[in-house]
Ligand binder design. Sequence first.
Ligand SMILES: Nc1ncnc2c1ncn2[C@@H]1O[C@H](COP(=O)(O)OP(=O)(O)O)[C@@H](O)[C@H]1O
Ligand SMILES: [Mg+2]
Length: 242
Amino acid sequence: MSPIVEMRELRKSFGAVDVLKGVTFDVERGQVAAIIGQSGSGKSTALRCIDHLEKINGGELTVCGHALHTDKPDLAALRKDVGIVFQGYNLFPHLTVGQNITMAPKLVHRRSRKEADEIGREMIAKVGLADRWDYYPEQLSGGQQQRVAIARSLAMQPKLMLFDEVTSALDPKLTGEVLRVMEKLASEGMTMILVTHEMQFARNVADKVIYMRDGRVHEMGGPEILSQPSTPELADFVNEEF
Ligand SMILES: Nc1ncnc2c1ncn2[C@@H]1O[C@H](COP(=O)(O)OP(=O)(O)O)[C@@H](O)[C@H]1O
Ligand SMILES: [Mg+2]
């Protein structure tokens, strides 16, 4: 079976600035890949290319069978297959938790209200917030809002979930509750790519660790590379982060 993500020599520039300078990696079905690296190394850009939030300038990228290096990639199909969660939760403040979660399934998947409610309630239970269905975002903690954002993404039943530093704005206690939700998803077999500074989490949960440096993959391997890096640059990075 072909990988969920196949990235080959991917290039992306903003104006004259080359941000991704030939990035190659695969993510297989059911794998958890953690992208780590210094700020500005191109982690978010690589993730955003996978969801075609950034248009690629060169190389090849196939995501859930959709080739994004072609003239007219099927973006509607891509967006149904890929969920993305960012550092900011981006919940609609004037909608309840339940309304936030069921909106896209109703609009995009054309689900009936009953169907959307069913799957929404299943997902809110999965993130441990079943009793918050009728709350508004401002009545929730940051960690709870982030878990609602994850549930909202899951309600679209994606094949691949992307997480970009989803715990960076949270204090340690709230970080832990969000990481536990992600760990559970991983154990249920969800294919996930996460940009993270949580080295402990990467070591425990990731099948593949991708260390980016200056727009390239500098070192890649199993989670053991965090304990036994091959390059001095990853060794330094790991020392700073742990
Ligand atoms: N929309 C953009 N326009 C111009 N430059 C950008 C844009 N997005 C990112 N960059 C630049 O690309 C580089 C990599 O950014 P990013 O992928 O966000 O890195 P990371 O997530 O590893 O911190 C940075 O130098 C950043 O300033
Ligand atoms: Mg980033």
